[in-house]
Design a binder for this molecule. Structure first.
Ligand code: NAD
Ligand code: WQD
Length: 345
């Protein structure tokens, strides 16, 4: 298939491009580079062994820009990663998050339907479950109250896309609810490259390990979990990338039970690891120290979040292959080989 990949220069998008090409697909990336560096695409092309990844520096809120992209070629599907994703920033700048994520997706979807492309895989998040009503979380678990505007953009966009599919069954909508992506491609050439102080655990750990930050603050050790620290379903980004290729099946195979159905899948490993499990695995596998101290709980955090990934296994034939040692090893390979992230282009 020929796939439009919005946000393809970013962390998950760049890894997904590799898996798409490995599986025989082609892609065109649309990205405004607001949170990424085009060097990631050069490196993806090197890894795949092609001269370049077709790339259009276009904002998904720019109708005319998108029109040119659609006029130049035909797409079988869109994998839609583009969006702002910093939880804390979304609390400070809710308008910007709603406008970029929701406004941008509405324009993208409008341009898709006008150009006859009605297959979309959307990057959703475990955050839509709020404080989950059940653990492990299945797709039947009710959605919950999000604690920040970022989370609401995901929850609302799920609803928007479901309604669009319901009104026009020619649409195929796949909602992938990612758990906690970590790790990097085994080459060490691409990885997560956050701007400023990392919000997420793994980039914070790697930046402490490489000497860019003094110590990790562990947010709370009094949760009702085995060691008191938060438990999450960390998933290797290469596994997550492969889930997108598997999800393309929804566009070619009749796995729908009814025409008014949106496909929803949890994308996680099904294992919960605590913050201290991750820190200890990182130290053990990589032989580098990660000084840490216990800090108060972070507002909005939940104690435990991991999924039941059986639906994706049964319907998509996808299952995570990598374990915690792979995650911490590959995160470190990327950070230690690229202490300052990607070079300026
Ligand atoms: P990322 O920031 O690395 O990638 C997102 C990309 O989208 C960036 O390259 C950015 O420049 C681009 N972008 C943002 N707004 C745009 C716009 N208006 N027009 C064009 N491009 C735009 O983030 P990521 O970690 O790769 O996440 C990809 C998607 O997955 C996001 O939608 C994110 O919300 C979602 N997600 C991420 C996580 C996570 O923990 N990383 C978890 C769940 C869901
Ligand atoms: C994991 C655990 C922290 C940093 C977030 C978003 C979610 C999704 C994934 C996009 C928690 C602890 C963290 C640190 C710490 N993103 N921690 N010290 O909060 O599960 O999920 O990213 O959709 O929407 O909310 O991930 O990596 O921030 O935190 O102790 O410096 O690590 O308290 O228990 P989270 P995270």
């Amino acid at each position: 298939m020929n796939i439009l990949v919005t946000g393809g220069a970013g962390y998950i998008g760049s890894h997904t491009l590799i898996e798409l090409y490995k599986a025989g697909h082609t892609a065109v990336v649309v990205d405004n580079l607001s949170n990424s560096n085009p060097v990631s695409l050069q490196r993806v092309a090197e890894i795949i062994g092609i001269p370049e990844i077709p790339f259009c520096k276009v904002d998904i809120r720019d109708r005319e820009g998108l029109e040119k992209v659609f006029a130049a070629q035909k797409f079988d599907a869109c994998i839609h990663f583009a969006g702002l994703k910093a939880v804390g920033e979304s609390v400070e700048k809710p308008w910007e998050y709603y406008e970029n994520n929701i406004g941008g997706t509405l324009i993208l979807v409008d341009m898709m339907r006008k150009n006859g492309c009605k297959n979309i895989i959307f990057s959703s998040s475990a955050t839509v479950y709020g404080d989950p009503a059940e653990i492990p979380i299945t797709e039947n678990c009710p959605k919950g109250q999000c604690t920040n505007p970022y989370g609401w953009t995901k929850s609302m966009l799920e609803q928007v896309l479901m309604d669009i599919q319901k009104a026009d069954p020619a649409w195929n909508v796949v909602l992938l609810r990612y758990f906690n992506p970590v790790g990097a491609h085994q080459s060490g050439r691409i990885g997560e490259n956050p701007n400023g102080i990392p919000n997420n655990l793994m980039p914070y750990i790697t930046q402490v390990a490489v000497g860019k930050r003094k110590e990790l603050g562990v947010f709370g050790n009094d949760y009702p979990t085995p060691d008191g620290t938060g438990v999450r379903d960390f998933i290797h980004v290469v596994d997550l990338a492969a889930a997108h290729v598997a999800a393309l099946k929804c566009f070619t195979q009749a796995i729908r039970q009814s025409s008014n159905q949106t496909f929803v899948y949890n994308v996680g490993t099904g294992h919960g690891y605590s913050v201290l499990d991750m820190v200890k695995a990182f130290i053990r596998v990589n032989g580098v120290d990660v000084p840490y101290s216990i800090k108060p709980r972070r507002a909005g955090d939940i104690a435990t979040c991991y999924c039941n990934p059986d639906k994706a296994a049964a319907e998509l034939g996808w299952k995570a292959q990598y374990g915690i040692d792979d995650m911490v090893r590959d995160s470190w390979r990327w950070q230690s080989q690229n202490p300052d992230g990607y070079p300026e282009n």
